[in-house]
Each structure stands twice: as C-alpha cells, then as structure tokens.
Write a protein that binds this ligand. Structure first.
Ligand code: ZN
Length: 117
C-alpha cells in the first residue's frame, strides 16, 4: 500500500498526532502500513499447543511491526529462560509459559488473555 499518498504530501501530518514529535523522530508503535497501533489495541491470546509431544506456548494477536516481535521474543526468552521463535502465528516459546506470558504482556499494556486449553 505504499505510494497511496504519493503526490499528496499536504494530506499527511508532519507531526505525530499522538506524541507530537516530527514523524521522523516519532517512536510510537506503528503497523507496516504506518498506522499507530498501541499495545492496548492488540488483544493478545496465549495458548498452548502440543507439537511432537512437546508443549509450545503460542502468542497471537500481536501486530508484527507495531509490537517489534523479534524484540519482544528476546525479552520473553530471557525472562523465561526458554527457546522460542517468531512464526506466522506470532511468537512461539518452548514449554508452558502461558500464565507468565499473559502476566508479562499485561504488564506491557496488552489486553492479554489465556486461550484454548
Ligand atoms: Zn508518535
């Protein structure tokens, strides 16, 4: 969708409507399309899946760009001492970290809930 506003620069604000900073210095979480998307607007779901006999904690509902999934994964991995990966589902952590992950996500401002079971 890039190029949607090409040729109409006056229709784009030059400062961020949320933090007021010039757009090139704005650090607000944004989607790939450039829309601000705060953690509180990303209802994360944390569920457990069993793969090849092992439990995996799957976190879905996070916007890949706005939530910096690689950065979030790194932080969760070190908090839980677990391996994990970014997948098309969201984040996957090895082992059962459902309750802890819900708690951590909530502390970051996400309306996270456990799902499935
Ligand atoms: Zn901003």
């Amino acid at each position: 969708m890039s190029g949607l506003f090409a040729g109409t620069p006056l229709e784009r604000p030059v400062t961020c409507p949320r933090c007021g900073a010039p757009l090139d210095r704005c650090a607000c979480p944004r989607t790939q399309a450039g829309d601000i998307l705060l953690p509180k607007d990303q209802p994360a779901r944390v569920r457990l899946e069993r793969r090849r006999g092992k439990v995996v904690t799957v976190i879905s509902g996070l916007d890949p760009a706005a939530s910096d999934l690689p950065g979030l994964l790194k932080s969760l991995r070190s908090k839980f001492g677990a391996g994990g990966t970014v997948s098309e589902l969201g984040l996957e952590l090895q082992g059962d970290h459902q309750a802890k992950a819900v708690h951590v996500l909530q502390s970051l401002g996400y309306p996270a809930k456990p799902a499935g079971g």
